[in-house]
Every structure is written in structure tokens, then in C-alpha cells.
Design a protein around this ligand. Structure first.
Ligand SMILES: *Cc1c(COP(=O)(O)O)cnc(C)c1O
Length: 371
């Protein structure tokens, strides 16, 4: 635990894993395909700015953010890569996009008008295509008109066109159809004489299963953090998890001599002394609000089951079977403790959520230690 943490709970991130995953991707797609790393959810919980700096030093080509605030914070942390912002801002914020060199997403003719009005001098923009998911983006039939309007604006430059097929919501079987819709739309734009510097369509699962959709840029997120997905055999690689530790320390130890005498504890029907510990970690930090009976942490190499209910910033652990335990001892929710280990897959089983959920949940409030 770093000296400057007052609150002793933290997650451990291995940025070398990010570097490894980028190099695997680079080898897979080649040098002609730009890699825009998607840093939604605070860089998948790994800390967007730290990941962004590593992406830059590892030869990534760009970044993409879901939130304009996060994109500005990243730019202010000395990152000079191109930054795309997914649809999440109003045209009034155009001056902020200009001064921080961020590229907004436009989807409609009204967007083109409004952004043109608010831009002071020049702004690179992306046009998004809706490939059928009915989220942001224009329908293919409207793309040429919107592209022409961007061309006609003396304030806006078309930096690229992207799409985001639904691949992860049980709609994966339609991915090929969605890819084809995007490719057809690109052809329409090119046939209309438009030059499209960046053509981008592939998030993690699409990269791993549809090499034909690499085009000239990709925007993976979860794969960069090492989240595991199925893939076609030619795209199987070893992906390394960036999240390697979730840890806290015992801030209180309580010995209960007569649990049967207590009115409100789940030990009230038990005999013998119990030992409870408290850690400053709770559902506000991403711990599931309700747990099954077999969730435990490791303390000095021993299993310490969690004791519900889970509070917002505190949880109890049962230390009865942990010998010689003291306030300040490390409590490991993910990672190694003496000879024992809790892996990401184990944690995912304990919590009943996907590996990716664990990243997204934990990265919000907890300090990060880069190991
Ligand atoms: C979230 C997102 C991505 C990255 O998705 P992963 O599945 O994490 O790779 C790419 N593009 C867009 C538009 C997104 O919203």
C-alpha cells in the first residue's frame, strides 16, 4: 500500500499487461490499421489517463472517450494522441472541443448546423453510422447528405466515419449484417466523392471474429484491459489482465465471546468465540450489494468469509479461522496472499458478475496502484 493512502483500500493495475495487449493487437492487424483505444468507464477502471499515456508510448494511434469531461482530463494530463468523443456533448461545447483538440461525433444535419455555428475556427469531426442498433449515428440513407453538409461547412473537417455494431447484447448473430451495412454506407460516401481518412467499426469482439472489418482503424476497449472473449482460431492470442489486485486492510478487530447473547447478529445461534474484522470497502466501491454464502477474502493466506449485510463503505470479514490476525493486516479480494490466490475468474464466480463488470465497478472510487 502506498504511503500516501489514508484510506487503506486500493486496486492494483499492471500497465505492462496493457502494453502486451496492444502489441498483440498490432501484430494481428498490422501497421496500416490505426488502433484507437476506447477508454470508457475511466479506462475500464484502470485509470484513463495512466492508460492513455501508456497507449501513447506503446504506439497506439488514438483514443476514444464516452464522456467529454474524461476526454478533457486526459488531454490535460499531457496526452497528444488524437481523441474521439462518442456522442455525449452538446454543440455549445464546441469551443472546449477546439481548445482541447477533441473530435466530436455528429449524427444529423442539425448536428452539422449547430456545431458549425459554435465552432470558432476549425474542428475535426467524426460522422457516426447507425448500423441497425438504433443508437446514435445516422441511417445509411442519410449519410451522403450529412457528409456533404460537413464538407460544405468551412468550420468542420471530416476526420472519419465510424460505427459500433451491437455485438455484446445477444444480437451478435447479426454482426455480419451490421458490418455490411457500414461497408455499403462507406461506398455510398466514397462514390459521392468524399474522402474518409478514418473508417472504423470494430470493438473487441468484432476484432476477434471479423477480420474483414478491420478496415483502416479499430476501437477496442475491453480487449486492451485483457478481458477474455471467444475468437476465431486465427485471432486467438494470449491476453493479459490489467487488473491484478483488489486489496484492503483490517481497520477494526472484534472478539465476540458470547454470540448467543447478541440480538442482531447472524452468529446469535452459534457457540464459541467469533472474531470479526472490518474493512473500509463496500458496495460504493463496487462490491456486490448482496452476496451468496461463499464469498471470501484471503488474510495471511487463510480464507476469511465475508459477513453480510454489505454496507456502502464497510464490510465485515469472519476472522475466526485466521490465526494471529491484527488490525492493519492485508485483506486480499483479488490476488495472492501467502501461498493462496484469488484470480479474476474466481472473483467473477464469487460475485456472479462478468470479469468486465469487475473492472468497471472497481475503477470508480478506489485508488489505483500501478505495479
Ligand atoms: C464501448 C465502445 C467500444 C469498445 O467496446 P469493447 O467491446 O470494450 O471493445 C468501441 N466503440 C464504441 C462506439 C463504443 O461505445
Amino acid at each position: 500500500m502506498p504511503d500516501n493512502f489514508v484510506r487503506p483500500s486500493w486496486i492494483e493495475i499492471d500497465l505492462d499487461a496493457i502494453a502486451h495487449n496492444i502489441s498483440q493487437l498490432r501484430e494481428m492487424v498490422g501497421s496500416a490499421v490505426k488502433i484507437f483505444v476506447c477508454l470508457k468507464s475511466n479506462g475500464l477502471g484502470c485509470g484513463a489517463n495512466a492508460v492513455a499515456r501508456r497507449v501513447e508510448s506503446e504506439g497506439g494511434d488514438g483514443l476514444a472517450f464516452g464522456s467529454v469531461d474524461a476526454a478533457i482530463a486526459c488531454r490535460q494530463s499531457n496526452v497528444s494522441l488524437p481523441i474521439l468523443v462518442y456522442p455525449s456533448a452538446l454543440p455549445e461545447s464546441a469551443p472546449a472541443f477546439e481548445s482541447h483538440q477533441l473530435m466530436p461525433t455528429l449524427s444529423t444535419l442539425d448536428d452539422v448546423d449547430a456545431w458549425s455555428n459554435f465552432v470558432g475556427s476549425q474542428l475535426d469531426v467524426f460522422l457516426k453510422i447507425d448500423t441497425g442498433g438504433c443508437r446514435a449515428g445516422c441511417f445509411p440513407g442519410d449519410a451522403v447528405n450529412i457528409g456533404r453538409a460537413i464538407q460544405a461547412s468551412d468550420k468542420l473537417n471530416l476526420a472519419g466515419v465510424y460505427g459500433h455494431p451491437m455485438a455484446s447484447y445477444g444480437l451478435g448473430s447479426d454482426t455480419s449484417k451490421q458490418i455490411n451495412i457500414f461497408l455499403k454506407t462507406i461506398s455510398l460516401l466514397e462514390d459521392a466523392g468524399m474522402n474518409i481518412p478514418i473508417r472504423m467499426l470494430s470493438s473487441s469482439e468484432i476484432i476477434l471474429n471479423h477480420p474483414e472489418a478491420d478496415l483502416n482503424a479499430i476501437d477496442p476497449g475491453r480487449l486492451i484491459a485483457g478481458v477474455h472473449f471467444d475468437s476465431i482460431s486465427s485471432r486467438k492470442r494470449h491476453w493479459q489482465s490489467a487488473l491484478v489486485g483488489v486489496k484492503s486492510r483490517i481497520v477494526m478487530k472484534k472478539i465476540i465471546n458470547n454470540p448467543g447473547d447478541l440480538p442482531a447478529t447472524r452468529f446469535s445461534d452459534q457457540q464459541g468465540d467469533r472474531v470479526l474484522g472490518l474493512i473500509p470497502f463496500g458496495w460504493n466501491d463496487g462490491f456486490p450489494p448482496v452476496i451468496s454464502g461463499d464469498c471470501f477474502a484471503l488474510v495471511n493466506g487463510y480464507r476469511a468469509p465475508f459477513v453480510g449485510p454489505i454496507h456502502s463503505e464497510l464490510i465485515r470479514v469472519d476472522l475466526t479461522d485466521v490465526p494471529d490476525v491484527n488490525v492493519g493486516d492485508e485483506v486480499v479480494l483479488l490476488g495472492k496472499s501467502k501461498g493462496e490466490n484469488i484470480g479474476l475468474n474466481d472473483l467473477s464466480d464469487q460475485w456472479g458478475v462478468s470479469e468486465f463488470d469487475i473492472y468497471a465497478r472497481l475503477g470508480k472510487s478506489l485508488p489505483k496502484v500501478y505495479v
